[in-house]
Design a binder for this molecule. Structure first.
Ligand SMILES: Cc1cc2nc3c(=O)[nH]c(=O)nc-3n(C[C@H](O)[C@H](O)[C@H](O)COP(=O)(O)OP(=O)(O)OC[C@H]3O[C@@H](n4cnc5c(N)ncnc54)[C@H](O)[C@@H]3O)c2cc1C
Length: 380
């Protein structure tokens, strides 16, 4: 049986590890742009030199080929559901089962923001390195804006960038104004159905001198300002923006059913079509937030469904929640929201020690090539 995995991020590699762990005879092939994979959830700590670039990366081809998984470095160009084939820059690959894990099309969506060239995107390595240079070169009176475009399903990185920017400029004794826009009118973490969380979070950000622009998203970037959805113009020297996300174009063109531009899947199995699973940032999930943890959980559930169907092996399935460990320069925090039919767990706390956990977890992710088994998620 041939399994083809598209993408070697959190979701794609989790699929490969878990199938191989339970079956040695399945032919597994990964097609992904690059064998160099980066653990991007730790990128905010590059700004403060708490981690180095080399701490964030590993060679996925080397790791996977030792496990008997074929890894092809190629660009996915087309998916044909009728013929069970995927066209790539290095030829066409056929499959019995397909796992689509091509992420959330960050770059292609960022380029759709008018004036994006005047902003950093705090997602790519280049975006973080550019932002870092700008923060360390900034002069007195610098104005910084951090925010998201419309319906952008991940605000946690923006919160961290705003806090770290405040920290760096404070340590450099620079007068500063820092603006953070939040899509929710309730402010930071306002997307959660618990007012106490956003009230506590807003107070904390305000105490750090960050001005929260609630219920606003970025419509356009100009050389010296950002234009928000209600026409508000925020003058800023340094602008950093996360785009809205969608399944990448190559996935949207595959003929799979879409919902809000993500692949529509059955939950909790993440099955998108009879022999196709769509995972992570490419798929509609159980919660709006698009995170690495959710990507790994989607992969665990898809493999569980696949092994049940093909081998009669029963593995657990998990619910997706929200877990955000925030780096804030000389402080840190955690937000956890997990729910299944029996339990709801909600934690919001500010404490620098959480950053230590984040660093440890990141090491675990890098050293194992994303082969972690406990995602602190509740089982279904
Ligand atoms: C700064 C930042 C901080 C974050 N912090 C957290 C956090 O603390 N916790 C958390 O859970 N999440 C966090 N996230 C979110 C997390 O990074 C994403 O949700 C996660 O990367 C999604 O995993 P994925 O496997 O779906 O996609 P990705 O990790 O994006 O993997 C997609 C893969 O597909 C490949 N690919 C894409 N297109 C093609 C193509 N056409 N051909 C071939 N290969 C292709 C890519 O190269 C990549 O290997 C953060 C995100 C950012 C930007």
């Amino acid at each position: 049986m041939k399994v083809l995995i598209l993408g070697s991020g959190y979701a794609g590699l989790t699929v490969a590890h878990r199938i191989r762990e339970h079956s040695k005879d399945i032919d597994i092939q990964i097609v992904s742009k690059s064998s160099l994979v980066r653990e991007n959830t730790i990128f905010p700590l590059l700004l403060t030199d708490e981690v180095k670039v080399e701490d964030t990366e590993f060679n996925a081809k080397d790791v996977m080929e030792k496990k008997g998984v074929n890894f092809v470095e190629a660009e996915v160009e087309g998916i044909s559901l009728n013929s069970n084939e995927v066209k790539t820059s290095k030829g066409t690959f056929d499959y019995d089962y397909l796992f689509i894990a091509l992420g959330g099309g960050y770059e292609e969506n960022f380029e759709k923001i008018p004036g994006h060239e005047f902003a950093f995107m705090h997602h790519t390595l280049d975006g973080f390195l550019g932002l870092k240079k700008a923060l360390y070169e900034a002069e007195d009176g610098v104005k910084v804006f951090v925010g998201n475009a419309q319906a952008s399903p991940i605000e946690g990185p923006s919160y961290q960038v705003a806090l770290i920017a405040e920290y760096i400029l404070r340590k450099r004794n620079k007068d500063r104004e820092i603006y953070l826009s939040t899509q929710s009118p309730k402010g930071v973490f306002g997307i959660l159905p618990f007012d106490w969380v956003s009230e506590k979070a807003n107070k904390y950000f305000e105490k750090r001198g960050i001005k929260i622009l609630k219920g606003k998203y970025v419509k356009e970037v100009k050389k010296d300002k950002v234009v928000l959805n209600d026409g508000t113009e925020v003058y800023a020297d340094i602008k950093s923006v996360l785009p809205t996300l969608s399944a990448p174009e190559v996935v949207r063109n595959s003929g799979l059913e879409l919902a809000n531009n993500f692949v529509k899947v059955e939950l909790p199995t993440f099955k998108a079509y009879k022999n196709v699973y769509a995972l992570g940032d490419s798929a509609i999930g159980m919660v709006p937030a698009k995170t690495a943890r959710s990507a790994m959980v989607s992969a665990e559930n898809a493999v569980s469904s696949f092994l049940r169907e093909t081998k009669g092996i029963y593995l657990p399935m998990y619910s997706q929640g929200v877990l955000c460990i925030m780096e804030g320069g000389d402080d840190g925090g955690i937000l956890r929201f997990d729910k299944n039919s029996r339990d709801t767990k909600v934690v919001f706390d500010i404490n620098r020690n959480y950053v230590m956990f984040k660093k440890m977890y990141s090491r675990l992710l890098v050293n194992s090539a994303f082969n972690v088994k406990f995602h602190a998620s509740l089982t279904i």
